[in-house]
Write a protein of this length. Sequence first.
Length: 338
Amino acid sequence: MIGTFGPETVKVPRARLVGEDGRTGEWRSKSLRRYQRLTKKAEALIASVYLSGTNTRRVKRALFGLFDGAVSKDIVSRAWRKVKTDWEAWCARDLADDDVVRLILDGTVVKTRIDRKATSISVLAAIGVRRDGQKVLLSIRNMGGESKAAWRMFLGDLDARGLKAPDFVIVDGAPGLEAALVELWPDAPIQRCTVHKHRNLLAHAPKSLHDELTEDYRDMIYAETKARVEKHRKAFLRKWRLKCKAVADSLEEAGDLLFAFTRFDPSQWKSARTTNAIERLNEEFRRRIKTQTVLPDAETAPMLFWALLASGQIVMRKVDGWETLDQPLAAETIDLAA
């Protein structure tokens, strides 16, 4: 068995087991597949080097020291074929049995090589939150952009694979995404990411007012109770209508969508008001590819992202407040009359 620790000999017992029906069958290890010669981390490491645009011979030379010379060109080719097959199966898997109650949607931009030119493309991602609070990557695809058509195709794929309409959806505020969501799942409650909105508000204000704006915004968004959120929101609008009307107009444009998180138990507010779950994954992904200013092709980014998760190099934990996920949403958000 070849792993990131080098080659090791593993002894696997052979036995036959008697089933409840009296028939005998060969025992097989669940942790070690038949004919498996690489650990998942070793497969992911080989795949990540291969995905960076390196050919099989260069991968062999690059990993010679780590694997104590045990990685041949054929092993690299087999590992890459295995990873690619697993990726294709993962992209087509059935989602009907995934008990997803919350959906987090966002896009990120990466540079890739298209027609020998460095080109920025959008990679769209969907993270689901299961009823037990565990986050899981549902889909990640290169769609070229974040238009309504791109998001509609992305969401349509999830729907076609059996994903049920979620109880709650968190988005980054892109108009194309919201339009596509309303078209597919018109009854799904939507939450605009409060972090994205904060950046948007700052873009509408002079730099000299940024600190003051940030303090007022945080007082509103991070208030401890629903009533205090409402109180701070009204005060925010009154103040900024006079100080910088563009800021107040931008906040009002978001309307109910910015405060949908208040329909949950307060223990869930932290995880329900932002798309930070995807943002953190994006940051980790960029950290790992920062030495590659340009990826070799458009399909590399989603495959590499998935490989890092599938191999356990990036781990997603449960959302904050998962113990109260079974509680129904409140019927109304805060009173928006200011």
